[in-house]
Design a protein around this ligand. Structure first.
Ligand SMILES: Nc1ncnc2c1ncn2[C@@H]1O[C@H](COP(=O)(O)OP(=O)(O)OP(=O)(O)O)[C@@H](O)[C@H]1O
Ligand SMILES: [Mg+2]
Length: 401
């Protein structure tokens, strides 16, 4: 049966669905990037990290990003995160929400060289000391979003980064999304392996394709729901940010997403199954699968200019991304009763005074924990009494008075 839970409309005025972690209040790093060991204690209000180039600011944001499923804000291979010369790394964090505290531990598990496993796949996660089945459970505890300088190229590079960005927007409203994307991709990989091996066990192939169809439809539907919600939020205006950042028109673009436009999910599921069956021979040669939500894209248009994001100026592209992140965060705060943790790496430096002030005010109003970085502390002056200032220098931190 199809997993259609993602398609249930949310009530307009919903009470918090579940009390979820709102903020990181303690971060303990061990052999993480340039930190041999570090303990950082903060409150749930915004955190401003300033310091020289190469100090370790982005590394701290990356550590927080490991509180969510996936490969973190650098999409690093896990062994690369280990401090040079060491063999494993760990991040332990305390997540605090209105119901209390949760201890999250994650890191690279030691693997013996001779067991043949891929060390990059051995990320372990503990929740209050208990090992979790996969990092996907983190979606139940924290919603983390980010903007980094690397994402300045999001609209001009390949679809996969945009697809991941869109999927992150889904996590807030659908904590099962990461798990479904993983399950879909796992079946996709297994099917590709089977097709390539030439030993086509028809029953096994059909089972894998059924799993792909079931999860694939749910994934595509959840993306469509997310962009619809976002569109509505943009229409309603999104606070001060709405006055200072352009309206972004966001679309989930893909064959399966298109089919869902005018066909019921059950019909789309069987259509997708037929397409998979029909492309087996071709997929055996080319690998992957010709059709499916693993090929979808996030289309974005600059609303006021009716201009595809890829053709906007660098500054306009950045403004579009900020608009999307802020509208989504505001929506989560208003509809789910809790805001995501936002990691904004070097965002302030690229904005003029008015937009920077609007960004800060909006972050305060949304009320979630934002982590901001920059080399110049004076840019964050408007946040002086509203945020915690931490200076970072050569992998050491100091709390500003
Ligand atoms: N695995 C690692 N082991 C040791 N050091 C590392 C590792 N990975 C990265 N580093 C170093 O960590 C330092 C801090 O990096 P980070 O990106 O956090 O700097 P930053 O404060 O954000 O600087 P910038 O202002 O230039 O963005 C860099 O000098 C980098 O080379
Ligand atoms: Mg940096």
């Amino acid at each position: 049966m199809s997993d259609t839970s993602t398609m249930t409309p949310l009530p307009k005025q919903s009470a918090p669905i579940k009390a979820e972690a709102a903020a990181v209040t303690r971060l303990v790093l061990t052999d993480f990037r340039n930190y041999a060991s570090l303990k950082l204690d903060v409150s749930p209000s915004p955190v401003v990290l300033t310091g020289e180039n190469g100090a370790g600011k982005t590394n701290l944001l990356e550590a927080v990003s490991f509180m969510s499923p996936g490969r973190g804000l650098r999409r690093a291979k896990l062994p690369d995160v280990t401090r040079r010369g060491q063999s494993v790394w760990a991040v332990a964090a305390t997540l605090q929400d209105q119901t209390g505290e949760t201890g999250i531990g994650t890191g690279l598990e030691p693997v013996s060289a001779d067991n043949g496993s891929d060390p990059s796949s051995r990320r372990v996660v503990h929740i209050d000391g208990v090992p979790a089945r996969s990092a996907n459970v983190l979606a139940d505890y924290a919603v983390v979003g980010w903007l980094t300088p690397q994402m300045d190229r999001l609209f001009v590079e390949g679809a996969s980064a945009r697809r991941r960005f869109l999927d992150r927007l889904v996590y807030g409203f659908d904590t099962g999304h990461a798990r479904r994307v993983s399950a879909y991709e796992k079946s996709l990989r297994e099917r590709a392996r089977l097709l390539r091996s030439g030993q086509r066990d028809p029953a096994w192939l059909s089972a894998l394709e059924s799993t792909m169809a079931e999860h694939g439809i749910a994934v595509a539907a959840a993306r469509r729901d997310a962009v619809l919600r976002l569109g509505n939020a943009m229409d309603e205006g999104f606070g001060l940010a709405g006055e200072n950042f352009p309206r972004a028109e966001v679309r989930a673009e893909g064959v399966v997403e298109d089919w869902l436009e005018d066909h019921p999910a059950v019909e789309v599921e069987s259509r997708f199954l037929d397409a998979l069956k029909a492309s087996r021979d071709q997929d055996a040669i080319s690998g992957g699968a010709r059709t499916g939500p693993h090929r979808s894209d996030m289309g974005v248009t600059h609303g006021p200019k009716s201009m595809p994001a890829g053709q906007c100026s660098t500054g306009e592209q950045k403004a579009l991304l900020i608009a999307i992140i802020l509208a989504d965060a505001r929506l989560q705060a208003a509809r789910l009763g809790r805001a995501p943790i936002l990691l904004l790496d070097e965002v302030a430096a690229h904005l003029d005074d008015t937009r920077r002030a609007a960004l800060f005010e909006e972050l305060i109003e949304i009320g979630g924990q934002a982590w901001l970085t920059g080399t110049d502390a004076t840019l964050f002056q408007p946040l002086r009494n509203k945020a915690q200032f931490v200076t970072v220098s050569h992998g050491e931190i100091a709390y500003a008075a």
